[in-house]
Ligand binder design. Structure first.
Ligand SMILES: [Zn+2]
Length: 141
C-alpha cells in the first residue's frame, strides 16, 4: 500500500514536470514568428491539415518547426509563465485575466528581443518567406 502510494506520487510528479516543460515552435500560425506550445502541437498540425486552404498546407507544415537553438532566457521564461497560467486557468486555479496578462508580457518580451529572435530565425528557417508579419507576404488582404 505504502509503496504503491509512493509509486503513484512519483508518476504524478513526473507528469507534472512534463506538463510544465515548454517548447517553442516557429510559425504556429501564418502571422506568428515564434510561439510557445500551449495546446499540443499535434493538434495544431491536425487542424492545419483539415481546415487550411489546400495550397497553403504544404508551406504551413514546412515552416512549423521546433526551435532548436536558444531563445533569450527572458522570452523562454515569459513563455513558460504564459503556458503555466493557461494550465492553471484550465485547472480552474487561475482566472482568464491572469492568462491574458501573462500573454501580454510574453508578447512584450518577443518585441523586446526581436533582433536576437530574428537572428535565430534566419539560421533555423532558411528560405523563409516571412516578411515580419506573415508567411504569405503576398496574400495580405
Ligand atoms: Zn520562418
Amino acid at each position: 500500500m505504502n509503496s504503491l502510494f509512493l509509486y503513484l506520487r512519483k508518476v504524478l510528479k513526473l507528469m507534472d514536470k512534463k506538463r510544465s516543460e515548454q517548447k517553442f515552435y516557429w510559425h504556429t500560425h501564418h502571422d506568428v514568428l515564434v510561439d510557445v506550445e500551449i495546446v499540443p502541437i499535434e493538434k495544431r498540425i491536425k487542424y492545419i491539415k483539415e481546415n487550411k486552404l489546400k495550397d497553403e498546407i504544404e508551406l504551413r507544415l514546412k515552416l512549423l518547426r521546433p526551435v532548436k537553438g536558444e531563445l533569450p532566457k527572458e522570452v523562454v521564461s515569459a513563455g513558460k509563465d504564459c503556458k503555466k497560467t493557461w494550465e492553471d486557468y484550465d485547472d480552474k486555479k487561475k482566472a482568464w485575466g491572469d492568462y491574458l496578462k501573462a500573454q501580454r508580457d510574453y508578447l512584450e518580451m518577443l518585441r523586446d528581443y526581436k533582433e536576437e529572435i530574428n537572428v535565430l530565425h534566419k539560421e533555423e528557417c532558411p528560405d523563409c518567406p516571412w516578411d515580419g508579419r506573415s508567411i504569405f507576404p503576398n496574400r495580405r488582404g
